[in-house]
Design a protein around this ligand. Structure first.
Ligand SMILES: Cc1cc2nc3c(=O)[nH]c(=O)nc-3n(C[C@H](O)[C@H](O)[C@H](O)COP(=O)(O)OP(=O)(O)OC[C@H]3O[C@@H](n4cnc5c(N)ncnc54)[C@H](O)[C@@H]3O)c2cc1C
Length: 386
């Protein structure tokens, strides 16, 4: 998903220091899924998206050497934000709210342009180690919206998983509320074309944050003749990660051996599972589930969410993707760039779904389409690995 800026920066995630493994691969070269016959025209279709990513990549490479502070969020220098609150979402993740240390009217315009473009991120700095990691601002929805004051003051919210051995996520979970952190951005990870009408978003874990962004960006578009739709397939390890969520279209699926996971065969066992997270319907919903529910209420009939749980041995199967594609395809979406699959999550998840991203000449690229999506041979759908 990333623009190449974060690719070049996989190695440059250290702000002049150590390169480390990252949870997300980052890139931004879209991959058409069509047959060889149509691949040339599809390549052209997605050229504009590639261009946006490549441009951002160039910018990213340059800004890495900059380090001074500014009042308005910008991709070139780090801006100080204050940690206003950190609310636990699950045992391993929290919702962070940050306010610019020196509120500036310009922040609103910076955010607004990014929201209108598509999926975007910012880089947080870990000052002791001088390394940075990318995180995805959450859109404001009816469920857990920021107060008007907070919005006016340019607050941003993030859903961040704490990796017990991770440098930056641990740092962010350990600093005191009230402390300052520095970030720079926005970095456009995926410019959603104006023509896009249908998005199938396949998310693993915190990959749901860009899904919320994509939904917000797509559904907020004005002056469109069509009713845009987004279908989110969200896989998590534990019920706790998506407490209270219930699937809209997921049919009971055969349970699979724990070993098969995202990577194994699809041999089924003889018991069937209920809807992946039906068991937690009556529990308190997680903040992220409430965000998704709020989007559904705000845009009736335009948002579909299905949940999958490793813990319940329910995994995103080819049938699920095919089903989501079939629903979207019944709409009038003949125009180019009208249908887009976005895949976001841990590297292994992205690789399994769409093939790994690649490194070439110091840049992380989308790499050829492989994995489950390639096998499905979904014509007319653009694919973007976040
Ligand atoms: C565009 C983008 C948006 C993102 N948005 C979000 C978001 O909204 N929320 C979110 O939670 N995450 C997000 N991420 C992921 C995030 O950027 C970080 O990758 C994640 O938080 C882990 O960073 P870390 O510094 O805590 O862990 P790292 O220090 O990078 O470590 C990651 C893992 O690698 C292991 N490791 C580290 N060093 C080594 C080594 N030398 N050998 C072997 N293993 C090692 C660690 O044990 C750990 O398990 C996003 C990523 C991208 C690219």
């Amino acid at each position: 998903m990333n623009n190449l800026s974060s690719l070049c920066c996989r190695s440059s995630q250290g702000l002049g220091a150590v390169a480390r493994p990252v949870r997300y691969a980052s890139t931004s070269t879209p991959t058409p899924t069509s047959s060889p016959k149509s691949s040339r025209s599809n390549s052209r279709r997605w050229l504009s998206i590639v261009f946006v990513g490549a441009t951002a990549a160039g910018a990213g490479a340059y800004i890495r050497s900059q380090n001074t502070s500014s009042a308005t969020l910008n991709p070139e220098t780090f801006t100080k934000y204050n940690l206003v609150s950190r609310e636990p979402v699950s045992a391993t993740s929290s919702l962070f709210t940050l306010r610019p240390r020196n509120p500036s009217d310009s922040n609103y315009d910076v955010y607004e342009e990014a929201w209108q473009t598509g999926v975007w991120s910012v880089m947080f700095k870990q000052p002791q180690l001088q390394i940075g990691r990318d995180y995805t601002p959450l859109p404001t929805t009816a469920a857990t919206s920021l107060s008007v004051d907070d919005e006016n003051e340019g607050c941003l919210r993030f859903f961040i998983r704490k990796d017990p051995f991770g440098e930056v996520s641990r740092y962010l979970h350990n600093i005191d509320v009230g402390a300052d952190v520095e970030m720079r951005g926005p970095k456009i990870e995926c410019a959603i074309p104006k023509e896009t009408e249908n998005i199938l978003f396949i998310a693993g874990g915190t990959g749901i944050a860009p899904a919320l962004q994509a939904a917000y960006s797509l559904l907020n578009r004005k002056h469109t003749k069509h009713r845009q739709k987004i279908h989110i397939l969200w896989a998590n390890r534990l019920k706790d990660d998506c407490a209270g969520g219930h699937s809209d279209s997921l049919k009971p699926q055969p349970r699979r051996g724990w070993f098969s996971g995202w990577f194994g065969s699809s041999k089924s066992l003889d018991t069937t599972s209920e809807n992946a997270v039906d068991g937690v319907r009556t529990e308190d919903s997680s903040i992220i589930v409430r965000e998704l529910e709020a989007l559904k209420s705000q845009y009736p009939g335009q948002v579909t969410v299905d949940y999958y749980l490793d813990e319940e041995n329910t995994f995103i199967r080819k049938e699920d993707i095919r089903g989501a594609i079939a629903t979207a395809s019944t709409n009038d979406s003949r125009k180019s760039k009208s249908k887009l699959i976005l895949v976001s999550g841990p590297e292994g998840f992205i690789s399994y779904m769409a093939g790994p991203k690649l490194w070439a000449q110091g840049q992380e690229l989308q790499g050829p389409l492989k994995g489950v999506i390639k096998e499905l041979d979904l014509k007319d759908w653009g694919v973007w690995k976040l």
